[in-house]
Design a protein around this ligand. Structure first.
Ligand SMILES: [Zn+2]
Length: 243
């Protein structure tokens, strides 16, 4: 049991150091992720606006052709009006002329609406492109910062991770999940030493009888207040001197 307690405290020491290294990086990993998200969102929106312009150009060109066709027809109808033989023919032609004139009006309205839509989209793209440029510049900077911090901590991190693996293989399989669970629930600290007859985690007093039992290092005790695994100060000291 003494060996297990020692390993557990070693694991805790390594994990605490790894947590500290992670803290050095601060919010940088999250900031980089958020900026990457921003950049890809702005890119998507720009693509949407470009699609709107492409579709609008097609529809506008079609409207332009149709206007041209109707105008030609209109001219033809108007010249035919001079050579009609009866009222019926005249009425029929008038109907065609009305229809062509209304169609031209509608198409011209559509044409100018599309021009407006395209103008709006173009302005939005200009604004978005500026935003994109800024976001990309910002992302570049934060990525560089993160890379620098990571480079500085990389060796240490590698060493600690390796040490962690070595400890893990020597620990019983059922202890590890328990350790991880307490660590998650208790601020990253699952194993704490006894300090001045109190729990090194929550600082609550430990009954004298329990202190005596703890000193024998023969059983795993948990703090009855915070649930952390307690080790005697002797175990803690032996780990600290060894590392
Ligand atoms: Zn406690």
């Amino acid at each position: 049991m003494e060996e297990i307690l020692r390993l557990l405290y070693s694991l805790q020491t390594v994990d605490t150091k790894l947590d500290e290294l992670e803290e050095l990086k601060g919010d940088l990993p999250e900031i980089v992720k958020a900026l990457e998200n921003d950049v890809s969102q702005v890119k998507d929106t720009i693509k949407e606006k470009e699609d709107i312009i492409t579709t609008s150009v097609k529809t506008r060109n079609k409207a332009d052709l149709d206007i041209h066709d109707f105008k030609e027809k209109l001219e033809k109808y108007k010249s035919q009006q001079y050579s009609v033989r009866n009222n019926k023919e005249y009425d029929a032609l008038t109907k065609e002329i009305d229809f062509a004139e209304q169609s031209i009006k509608d198409l011209e309205a559509q044409f100018s609406d599309l021009e407006k839509t395209m103008d709006v989209a173009k302005n939005e793209i200009t604004e978005l492109s500026q935003k994109l440029e800024e976001a990309e510049k910002n992302l570049e900077e934060k990525r560089k910062e993160l890379a620098e911090v990571s480079k500085a901590t990389e060796d240490e991190e590698l060493k600690l991770t390796h040490e962690r693996e070595k400890i893990k293989v020597r620990l019983q399989k059922d202890i590890l999940p328990r350790y991880e669970r307490i660590r998650r629930a208790r601020d990253g600290r699952a194993v704490v030493p006894v300090r001045r007859n109190s729990c090194g985690g929550c600082h609550n007093r430990i009954p004298p009888q329990r202190i005596l039992e703890l000193r024998t290092n023969t059983k795993m005790y948990m703090c009855e207040h915070c649930g952390r695994i307690l080790v005697s100060s002797e175990i803690a000291e032996s780990v600290t001197t060894a590392s």
